[in-house]
Design a protein around this ligand. Structure first.
Ligand SMILES: [Zn+2]
Length: 275
């Protein structure tokens, strides 16, 4: 993959727009797929001029800019566009400047020794850590043949979830359990952790996070069934708003695909096993 080509495509607004349910413009890590091929696929699927994009229903949202003042295509908080290192460095430099301006607006003296480097720390934190999944390629996920024709639920639970809510940019912290019934393929359990992390490291709402993971696994594994349960605390309910106690600010969401979506017994078995 030539990162230069990839990066410049962002500037032209070709790449970097969510093109499917999991908001990812680059889903193949196959070395046989050149970046040009991926870009042209994205361009065909999402053409701003032909009105192919499902625009938000609210008329006032159609007036929002689709490109930044710097000429980059804007995309959903939980979308993904792979950026080069140079692009990320540039992003951090610009973010540091703006974070500094925010300190001025909030009348925080940046000569205060505790705050002096904070705009720089914040810029790095948002680009390299909290929003990392927006700018990085998906984790490499090798799938293996289901040689023994496993027909039962395969479950991984206790997967860490660390994200921020799109509404307030406050921490969402919890765990995720994933169950699937394999089709022709199985996947290493550590890869599930990486996939959850990749989707979590973006601005999210928990409902969509589970849906994105379920859709991604459906595309990747073609399983007979998949279910994703996320249980998380939302600090926008703890640090602000209703100031809920930590153990009450809990949200549980389920996203199911395939036979488990309809099959009560199978769903019950999964919920018992992850309890
Ligand atoms: Zn929130």
């Amino acid at each position: 993959m030539n990162p230069e080509e990839f990066g410049s495509s962002n500037k032209n607004g070709v790449n970097g727009f969510p093109v499917n349910g999991y908001g990812n413009g680059v889903i193949s890590s196959s070395p046989n797929v050149t970046p040009i091929a991926i870009i042209s696929t994205v361009a065909e699927e999402v053409d701003l001029d032909t009105g192919d994009i499902p625009l938000p229903a609210l008329p006032e949202m159609e007036k929002l800019p689709r490109f930044s003042s710097l000429g980059y295509r804007l995309f959903d908080a939980n979308g993904n566009a792979v950026l080069t290192n140079d692009e990320r460095e540039e992003m951090k430099r610009l973010a540091e400047e703006k974070m500094g301006e925010l300190f001025d607006v909030l009348r925080i003296d940046r000569n205060d020794p505790n705050s002096r480097e904070t705009p720089n720390r914040l810029a790095k934190m948002w680009v390299d850590e909290i929003f990392r999944g927006r700018y990085e390629a998906p984790p490499k996920c090798t799938v293996f043949p289901n040689r023994k024709d496993v027909k039962e639920l395969v479950i991984s639970k206790g997967i860490g979830v660390m994200s921020v809510c799109s509404h307030h940019w406050q921490t969402i912290s919890g765990t995720c359990a994933i169950g699937y019934i394999p089709g022709d393929s199985v996947i290493g359990l550590s890869k599930l952790t990486r996939i959850v992390d990749w989707f979590g490291r973006r601005g999210q709402i928990q409902e969509e996070l589970g849906e994105q993971i379920a859709d991604y696994l459906t595309d990747l594994l073609k399983p007979k069934a998949v279910i994703v349960v996320i249980k998380s605390r939302h600090y926008c309910m703890i640090a602000r708003g209703v100031n809920s106690e930590e153990d009450k600010a809990l949200m549980i969401t389920t996203a199911a695909r395939g036979s488990i979506a309809e099959n009560e017994a199978m769903r019950g078995e999964f919920l018992t096993l992850i309890a």
